[in-house]
Design a protein around this ligand. Structure first.
Ligand code: NAD
Length: 519
């Protein structure tokens, strides 16, 4: 009930005094259990991507505020890490219920700030919720190992222990799911957490933070700061922070991986992608085309697992006109409008970049089969809309193929054989995800075996693993040793202590010093 009233009052977005004399609500920092107004003089505007109206402002937290947030995490670590695992589990059992109860409210905030359709925004929350549900099994996930009698009267056992203050730096495209990949696993393991949401979509993270407080997370166990480069550098450099989870672009991710690692921190960095869908002529045509269209243009292509590249093998080349027809039928509209399939891009700059990458394909000799650049959305003329776009006859050296477009653009290549298709995919720098569409088991097996990509779908266009597995993007899509969530996520957020103990009877005690290495 308390949460519902908070949501009604939109507290995390609007609480407290307004920024300057404007009526635009300000996003709060969350420090030591309190939503506080930043004292900064530097603010960024948050826009509704469907209208470009300013809907809120987000502060670039001051150095003092960021220090206060880490200090709060450090102090809380002493008690949170010693809180019984059953008590920590209870917090997440309450948390998952609160999220479930408020999926629609969270989705509304996502659609307003990020632009995706309401149904897709609910999916964003739901996939994050699954990670929270998984965190509720922390009592099993954190079990150590034992080996009795490794020698006479001697046993060895391991504990998985938290590592300290951990931090998460999130992107704009999944305002709920990606923060929920981060702090729930980190905190369930007994760490305290400093979150920096994307400065472009902080509202959903603030609601999720409020729910953590309502679920019983003690003051200081989760702190939230806002900002851009200075906040990121602060996280990479502060000695109390032991681990950083990053999700976002390669430009930021490689930088954060390097700077954080140099400072002795663990870093896991999930980055950009160029995901290929290989279409074999024996695939079920209807099903495959529908899957391709959904995975290329859903969320306006702003998913790291969007299927942004199709490789049509052999006779499947002839399916292209039908692919175009199906894509044309998608409805471009503001995310909160009934029937919307494709919402706006996050910003006018993102739209400009996507349009220029489409043009680069045309200039380099590709064939523009469907052009969404001039789409008009009635009532939302100022929005950042680009309609579904398909570029055919694309060659591997073209810029529209080598760069991640991150918009509703499907580039189409052709291959004579499965081997040719595999070679193409393996030559691409990224290894986030891929899918093959076929009805032949041997073809599917050969593809999954030989393709050098971390997440492979067989007749599954967006193969994002559920949280009992891990998110295993590879090559240029990932830096680090341990992936997000699943067993690897638990490894990332814990360290192992190995105890070797000997309890022997009085008459077996040493009678003289043992100076040789025990064997
Ligand atoms: P982004 O890199 O611009 O921003 C991510 C975070 O990094 C933000 O919190 C931002 O404040 C910070 N940041 C941005 N530029 C920075 C810089 N130069 N130095 C330091 N910090 C910086 O990413 P985005 O645009 O928010 O998200 C889209 C990107 O994220 C795409 O490339 C997409 O593929 C990728 N992504 C990857 C995954 C994955 O799991 N592999 C998931 C979602 C998104």
């Amino acid at each position: 009930t308390a949460l519902r009233s908070v949501l009604k009052a939109k507290v995390p977005l609007t609480v407290g005094r307004m920024c300057y004399s404007s009526t635009v609500p300000t996003t709060k920092l969350f420090i030591d259990g309190k939503f506080v107004e930043s004292k900064t003089s530097e603010w960024l505007d948050i826009h509704n991507p469907a209208t470009n109206e300013v809907i809120a402002r987000v502060p670039k937290a001051t150095q003092e505020e960021m220090l206060a947030a880490v200090d709060s995490c450090s102090k809380a670590y002493n008690s949170w890490s010693e809180t019984s695992i059953l008590a920590r589990q209870q917090v997440f059992l309450r948390y998952q219920l609160l999220i479930k109860d408020n999926i629609k409210e969270l989705a509304k905030v996502i659609t307003v700030e990020q632009g995706k359709t309401l149904a897709d925004a609910e999916g964003d929350v739901f996939r994050g919720l699954q990670v929270v549900e998984h965190a509720c099994s922390i009592t099993s996930l954190m079990l150590g190992e034992t080996l009795p009698s490794i020698t006479k009267d001697m046993d060895t056992y391991t504990y998985r222990l938290p590592i300290g203050v951990c931090a998460g730096i999130a992107p704009f495209n999944f305002p709920a799911m990606i923060p929920l990949w981060m702090f729930p696993i980190g905190m369930a393991c007994g760490n305290t957490y400093l979150l920096k949401p994307s400065e472009r979509v902080p509202g959903c993270a603030m609601l999720l933070t409020k729910m953590m407080q309502d679920a019983g997370a003690p003051d200081g166990s989760l702190n939230v700061i806002h900002g851009q480069h200075a906040a990121v550098n602060f996280i990479c450099d502060h000695p109390a922070i032991k681990a950083i989870s990053f999700v976002g672009s390669n430009q930021a991710g490689e930088y954060i991986y390097e700077r954080g690692s140099k400072n002795g921190k663990r870093v896991q960095s999930n980055m950009g992608a160029k995901n290929h869908g290989v279409v074999m002529p024996d695939a079920n045509k209807e099903n495959t085309l529908n899957q391709l269209v959904g995975a290329a243009f859903g969320a306006a292509g702003q998913r790291c697992m969007a299927l942004s590249t199709a490789i049509l093998v052999g006779e499947a080349r002839s399916w292209l006109p039908e692919l175009v027809e199906r894509s044309k039928a998608l409805r471009v509209n503001a995310g909160d409008q009934p029937g919307a399939d494709v919402g706006p891009l996050i910003s006018p700059q993102a739209k400009e970049r996507v349009c220029s990458l489409i043009q680069s394909g045309v200039d380099e000799g590709a064939q523009l089969l469907l052009d969404g650049r001039n789409v008009k959305v009635k009532g939302y003329e100022n929005g950042n809309f680009v309609g579904p776009t398909i570029i055919g006859k694309v060659k591997p050296e073209m810029k529209c193929y080598t760069e991640e477009i991150f918009g509703p653009v499907l580039v189409v290549l052709e291959a004579d054989t499965l081997d040719d298709a595999i070679n193409l995919v393996n030559r691409n720098l990224y290894g986030n995800g891929t899918a093959i569409f076929t009805t032949n088991g041997a073809t599917a097996r050969k593809y999954t075996h030989e393709v050098d990509v971390g997440q492979v779908g067989v007749n599954v266009p967006i193969p994002v693993p559920l949280p009992m597995f891990s998110f295993t993007g590879s090559r240029e899509s990932f830096r680090g040793d341990m992936n997000f969530y699943g067993k690897q996520g638990i490894q990332f957020y814990t360290q192992i202590k190995t105890v070797t103990s000997q309890w022997k009877a009085e008459d077996a005690m040493l009678k003289s010093p043992a100076v040789t290495m025990p064997t």
